[in-house]
Structure formats: C-alpha cells, structure tokens
Design a protein around this ligand. Structure first.
Ligand SMILES: Cc1cc2nc3c(=O)[nH]c(=O)nc-3n(C[C@H](O)[C@H](O)[C@H](O)COP(=O)(O)OP(=O)(O)OC[C@H]3O[C@@H](n4cnc5c(N)ncnc54)[C@H](O)[C@@H]3O)c2cc1C
Length: 428
C-alpha cells in the first residue's frame, strides 16, 4: 500500500483474498495481460472462457488501482455525453457505443449473479443539479435520452421530490436512473479475479512490468518482462490505465491521472443512513469538480469529491471532505473513519481510449469516471477481438484522441490552470 491510501475503507473491511505469487522465470501463455483491475480481469475471464491460456501480471495487488478505490457508482453512458460522441464519431457509431454501454450494465449484473459475487450491488442512481443552469441541462438531457435513445429508465426528479429522497437543501433537481446503481468495487474486482482463476487464468501479483518487446507481426510472439521473469505470448493486453506511468509513452500522452478522494464516515446506523438517501441511490452532482456519495451496506456515508490535477495530496483529505459533507448535510456532523484517494483515468475528450500498439497488442484506458461499467464490457470486447471478431472493438479504436496539452513536463501545470477555470465555471 502506498501513502496515497493509508485508510481505504474497502481494503480494511473486505476479507483478505488469497494471495498470488510473483512471476518467476519464463512462462508461456496465449495472452499476457498487464493490470489486475476490472478491465484486465474481465478480459482474462472472457478470454479463458473462449479457451485461451492467460497470464495476468499485476504490479501490486489485485484492485490496487481505481477498481479497488472507486466511488462504486455504476453509471449509464459515457463521460463525454452522447452529443459529443456524435460529433467525434458520427451518429451511427455513437448510437452503437451507447448500446454497448447498456450491454456493459447488463453484463455486470449477469457476472455478479453467474459468479455469485457478493459486492453489495444496489440499483438506482441520481445526477443532481445545484443551480438553475443545471436544472435546464438535466431537463434537456432527459428529453434527449427519451427522444433520441429511447432510454426510458431515466426520469426527471423535481425539487420537492428530490428533497424527500436526499435530505439536503443543496439540490434543485435531478435525474433518477433505475438502470444505474452502485456496488462495492473492491469486492466486485476480487469476485471477477476469483472467477478468472477458476476458469484457469494464472494471476501473478507484485509483478511490475518493466519492459515490453511487442512483436511487429501477428504471427510472432511478444515478450513481457518483470524484474523476476517474463511471459512469452501471442497476444498482449495493456490494462494498467492511470497507473501505467511511462511504460508506454504514447499511451501516457493521451491520459491524465487525476487525483480524487473519498471518505467513509463512522457507522451511522440504519435509521440515520436511510434518512440521508431514502431510496438508497448513488448520487453525483453535475459540477465539473463534483461531489458523489452513497450509503454503504454497513450504513455509513461514502462521500467523494475534490480533485487534484497537480497529482499530489497536499491537504488533509479527511478534513476537506468533512467540510464538503457539511455543505450537503449540515446537521450530520459525522466522524470520518476512513479517507483515501486514487487516480481517475481521464482523456481530454472524456471518451474511452482503446486501440492497438502492434497487430496483437491491445490497450484499454481513459474511462473518464465511467470505468465501473465500461471496463467490464471493454474486457469482453478485447476478448472478442483477440478471438478474431474485432468489429465492435474497432468502433472504439476509431474514436479520435489528442494528446494532453503541455507535453510530458508541462501538462500538469496546464491542467492545474484548466482546473481553476472549471472551478470558476462551477461558481457561475
Ligand atoms: C477515487 C476514485 C473514485 C472513482 N469513482 C468512480 C465511480 O464512482 N464510478 C466509475 O464508473 N468510475 C469511478 N472511478 C474510475 C474507475 O475506478 C476506473 O475507471 C476503473 O476502475 C478502471 O479500471 P482498470 O482496470 O482499467 O484500471 P485500474 O483499476 O486502475 O487497474 C490497473 C492496474 O494495473 C496495474 N498496473 C499498472 N501498471 C502496471 C505495470 N507496469 N505492471 C503491472 N501492473 C500494472 C495497477 O497496479 C492497477 O492495479 C473512480 C476512480 C477513483 C480513483
């Protein structure tokens, strides 16, 4: 564990999973996967079910990345929004991607049931607005989702009803979606890992990939190296996402790892917790620098918010999050029992970034805050592509992505400035 997550509620309260030994010596597999988060594990499971032999290398422990730290909100669609996707890829592909995102939500629920993953899944999610401008945006979004996408599980929630659902005077209207929801992300990740291991996937933890020799031709094996061994494989999937660092510079340039923080309050008890969010939905406001929160299965409030584009943790996150909780629930005054952070994988256009670095070397990253669902279906799409049916994967691989401005050394300062601008926008 690093200094960034001294008190991760999920790690502290989930029964310890079986450990996996580090890679030692040379191993052979059809597919080598880098990254033990939901993307890598979903791909591993789907590949094993198709008969591939799979070796998965995780630098730390399973769920060390966003998958074991997330707010756990399972949200419909893409962070970019459909309108932006339509501009990026055209209406037909945007529609296709919309259907894939919905398939992802269904797949996630099916996997939970099929593999008996006890991850506290709850249906129901609300996007909420804090000002008149947001009310108009939310109303327009519901109308557009009904009219253009025939997505009927969303409905507008007006101020009075919203106050009966969320015990806060901060919010003026919202969208409720019965098809979105929330879950305990670390338990979901470990459940996928257990299913993958049962299907024959070889998992290696504490196996940090330090070098890739990717084959330039599809008929030649690639070599993936760690400090203590290597995997020779015909196919490679790079699913290190926001924690991949500079292993693959062309991927790093397209992604900003944005620090964000979550706090878990003390156990509030069922009655107090229920009174805060009466329908037990997950809630996220629609500011750029957003607050997101939900009830936990053991009756706490889990509250996330505040981002750090400078990539460091210069403040006492528990104190800052406590202040943000007071802004939403002024009378709650809870003790914060856990507070942790992690890096969210954001692309400049907020559309996911999938593709190939070589004929048989695939990558998945940049879910931009919708990774709880999209990483699940992304793993399935990669498995299909490696199995010879790449049409669905290739729709995503065609999304245009630009580098973050500022190059390797100046993009953080550039993003700090951009963030100041977004905070200012939230105030308007
Ligand atoms: C605090 C926080 C809150 C979030 N809240 C939400 C939310 O509510 N809803 C939502 O949809 N999304 C949310 N996200 C985003 C979501 O968690 C991610 O998009 C998703 O988990 C990405 O999964 P992944 O498998 O692609 O990456 P990760 O889970 O980050 O997994 C990548 C793994 O690769 C490993 N790795 C990296 N480099 C190497 C290497 N060289 N060798 C070997 N292994 C390597 C890492 O150690 C890591 O375990 C949140 C993220 C954070 C951090």
């Amino acid at each position: 564990m690093n200094a960034f997550d001294p008190q991760n509620f999920y790690y502290a309260t989930t029964p310890p999973p079986p450990p996996h030994a580090p890679l030692a010596g040379e191993t052979r597999a059809d597919v080598c996967i880098i990254g033990g988060g939901i993307s890598g594990l979903s791909a591993a499971l789907h590949l094993a079910e198709r008969g591939f032999s799979v070796a998965l290398l995780e630098a730390q422990h399973l769920g060390f990345g966003g998958s074991g730290r997330s707010g756990g909100q399972t949200i419909f669609g893409y962070a970019s929004g459909q309108e932006k996707l339509e501009k990026l890829v055209g209406k037909a592909d945007a529609r296709f991607m919309w259907d894939i995102a919905l398939e992802g939500m269904k797949l996630q629920r099916e996997l939970i049931t099929k593999h008996s993953i006890a991850c506290d899944y709850v249906a129901g999610h609300m996007h909420v607005g804090v000002k008149r401008r947001h009310d108009l945006e939310l109303r327009a979004e519901v109308e557009s989702l009904h009219e253009h996408y025939d997505y009927r599980s969303v409905r507008l929630v007006e101020r009075d009803e919203l106050r009966s659902l969320v015990a806060s005077e901060r919010y003026s209207s919202g969208i409720y979606d019965s098809n979105s929801g929330h879950l305990q992300p670390y338990k979901f990740t470990l459940g996928l890992a257990a299913a993958a291991a049962r299907a024959g996937v070889k998992i290696f933890e504490h196996s940090w990939v330090t070098r890739l020799d990717l084959a330039a031709e599809a008929s030649i094996d690639s070599l993936v190296h760690t400090a203590t061994g290597s995997v020779r494989a015909r196919h490679v999937l790079i699913a290190g996402n926001a924690l991949l660092g500079r292993l693959v510079p062309e991927l790093a340039r397209k992604l900003m790892a944005v620090g964000t923080y979550i706090a878990a309050t003390e156990v509030l008890g069922e009655e107090r917790a229920r009174a805060l969010i009466t329908n037990n939905a997950a809630v996220a406001d629609i500011n750029w620098v957003l607050d997101y929160f939900r009830r936990s299965a053991d009756h706490r409030l889990l509250f996330g918010g505040r981002v750090s584009y400078s990539g460091i943790d210069p403040f006492d996150s528990a104190r800052v999050l406590r202040a943000r909780i007071s802004r939403v629930f002024p009378r709650l005054n809870p003790r914060i029992e856990y507070a942790w952070g992690g890096y969210v994988d954001i692309t400049p256009n907020r559309a996911p970034h999938f593709g190939r670095l070589a004929p048989n070397a695939y990558f998945l990253q940049g879910f931009s805050g919708h990774g709880m669902v999209l990483s699940v279906i992304a793993g399935k799409l990669v498995a299909e592509a490696m199995g010879g049916t790449a049409e669905r994967f290739d729709v995503f691989a065609r999304i245009p992505h630009s580098d973050f401005p500022g190059g390797t050394y100046f993009r953080r300062p550039a993003l700090v400035l951009a963030m100041l601008w977004f905070r200012l926008k939230d105030l308007l």
